[in-house]
Design a protein. Sequence first.
Length: 137
Amino acid sequence: MIQFYLLSILFNASAGYVLIQGDEISEEGSLETSFRFSPRNEIFRLVLGILSVVMGLLKLLSSTQGDLPVIGDLFPAAAGFAAGSVLILDYYRSRALLDPEDSGNAGSIFLKNKRLIGFFSLAAAALHFLFPTVLLL
């Protein structure tokens, strides 16, 4: 469906931007004062993460016309899963009573490389937008 195509690009690009910028996002130009709709807002990041993971799953289940099922949207789906998982894990880590530098769990690997995952997600969104019918994109 074309709606999933658009939402996949939107969520992958948004999640990639949030992961690349991290906590360096400036207060100027954000809508945080009136709507709490800012990449710095933890709830916004959590909702974006959940929507990215859901959209990654939906991209695997549905394909755009002319693409192969599952394989046709593999990179955007993987980028949605990865970026969404990092945003969800980051929210959980900020709320948990655990040591943030604890490297004993598998999620810490994703959290340490969140900028790299952000670049992957942003690249997947850009390539998916520019080349809609290429296999794996």
